[in-house]
Write a protein of this length. Sequence first.
Length: 259
Amino acid sequence: MHISKYENLIPNVCLFVDRKSFPDWQIVSSKIDFHDLTFIVEGESTYSINGEKFTVTAGDMLYVPSGSIREAVTSKEAPMHSFAFNFFWEGADNHVQLPFAAVTRNWMTKEIMEDIRDFSHVWMGKQPFYRMKARAIFQLLVYRLLSIAHHQEAPLIDPRVHKAMTYIMDHYSEDVTIGSLADLVGLNPVYLGKLFKQNTGSTCKEFMNRVRVNNAEMILSAGGFNVSEVAEHCGYHDVAYFSNVFKHIKGYPPSSALK
């Protein structure tokens, strides 16, 4: 999955429906100019997407990208209950398709159901700024789905490595060593180093430098501090070394980031 292509997508939900279908419910065949993301909670329906038929049942997620020809009919014996989102990507990104199959089984996690419930309450209540809040909830929902898809390609990070990464991000300005991280997670320093590299593709030192440099760049671009002050704030006591590390990671010297 090319993560970068999804980072700047902004959804605009044009229709949300808590759909409790009657036995004769159907969607007439037509080409859609929006994306359809539907979560089935009860019953059964048959969808046709670009001429291919799919049966969806409770626990399934249906995704129909913009530009598709869509048709559907519910089961008369077990009419479908679903939550359907029709949305656009704002700007010129509406052609971007999410990396999901037409039908995905068993992705209805507790967090996703809570997001759908929260969205439903906001959408129905229509309080001031409800569209802004609804967009934020739906974007969180899409984030969860993308995270699941990504983790199917890249296994979840070992919880001990995740704990070490979190500690680095919280204490990047301090003198953090592989030994102190190993003590924190109860591992031998050499084993933690190997495990960290296997899980992240970076050594602990490389990850720490990246976190420090990213924070340094944010501080420099905000203004109010010089390079020496920012280097010290981010855990570097040698400004020349800081400048070399910064340029190696960013491709330009820290002075170029100064506002």
